[in-house]
Design a protein around this ligand. Structure first.
Ligand code: SF4
Ligand code: SF4
Length: 299
């Protein structure tokens, strides 16, 4: 069984499914969306994140670094050997390790500690990432254990995996939230780093599974200014949904906080997104929703 590193386990979430949820973020993704809200989740291996604004200037990182790469609030990534000693000593968590091994039993126990919140709110556990479907055996085994304890499990996926991986995960899952970002294959390759053919094919198959009652399916589109929130792209997505019998979808307003995380990992923000620092305003969101409503799709 391929086992993921865990980026984070976040309790009391109201954003990733119904009710109060515990979200388990896995490392590793088959896409490279340039606006990724969790850029630290893309690589499957552990990474070093450095946040200069959190540094208190104690110099502990420099004292333990064997290569001279670490200095207060700054890392020389060329020289860094990823030993993570800096992150182990940094008292301010300005240096942090992104991705750690966690035993499945420990994760189940962690989720069980929140069960009263799930029961009171209709919530549960969300598997997120990265791309959880890169680890179908591990996710299915975890979801089975949680289901056996009466916990509702939801998968968030971008769908860029072999269909068998999605299909084998369905039995213990209650719902799948499925991202559809761009219909134009050229734009999809440019902004997401992967072709969208398999993603759309998998969605058609999952729709069939949903129609036969095997899982609840909710497609979602992140609204990225000038990229996914254009009239042309949203109309094409609405038409795709209409052809596939979708009645409801979700639009996710732009969240610009990803730029700070990308900078902490030493990644560049694409030029065309640098000037967008706020979510879409109410009027823009209304116009985006109208495109789907005109196609008979609630959102
Ligand atoms: S150990 Fe952390 S807080 Fe101290 S100087 Fe280094 S980055 Fe700053
Ligand atoms: S991970 Fe190791 S080599 Fe890299 S900056 Fe930190 S202490 Fe230095």
């Amino acid at each position: 069984m391929k086992t993921p590193l865990i980026l984070d386990i976040k309790g009391n979430s109201l954003d990733d499914g119904h009710g109060i949820r515990t979200v388990i973020f896995l490392k590793g993704c088959s896409m490279r969306c340039c606006w990724c809200h969790n850029p630290e989740s893309q690589a499957p291996e552990a990474e070093l994140s450095v946040s200069p604004k959190d540094c208190i200037g104690c110099g502990d990182c420099r004292a333990v670094c064997p290569t001279g790469a670490a200095s207060p609030g700054h890392v020389d990534r060329e020289a860094c050997q990823k030993c993570f000693r800096c992150a182990q000593v940094c008292p301010a968590r300005a240096y942090r390790i992104m991705g750690q091994e966690r035993a499945m039993e420990e994760i189940v126990e962690r989720c069980l500690s929140d069960k009263a919140f799930y029961d009171a709110s209709g919530g549960g556990v969300t598997l997120s990432g990265g791309e959880p479907a890169l680890y179908p055996d591990w996710c299915a085994a975890l979801a089975e254990q949680l289901r056996a304890k009466g916990i509702f499990v939801l998968l968030e996926t971008a769908g860029n995996v072999p269909y068998d991986a999605l299909s084998q995960m369905l039995p213990p899952l209650d719902a799948v939230y499925y991202d559809i970002k761009l219909m134009d294959p050229v734009l999809h390759r440019r902004y997401c780093g992967a072709d969208n053919g398999r993603i759309l094919d998998n969605f058609r198959k999952l729709r069939q599974d949903a129609a036969e009652g095997r899982v609840a399916l909710l497609p979602r589109t992140p609204l990225i200014p000038g990229v996914t929130d254009t009239e042309e792209n949203l109309a094409a997505i609405a038409e795709f949904y209409r052809e596939n019998g979708v009645r409801r979808c979700e639009l996710l307003p732009y969240n610009p906080t990803w730029t700070g995380k990308a900078a902490a990992l030493g990644r560049e923000v694409p030029y065309e997104l640098q000037r967008h620092t706020t979510p879409q305003d109410g009027e823009k969101l209304r116009r985006c929703r109208e495109i789907f409503l005109r196609a008979g799709i609630e959102c």
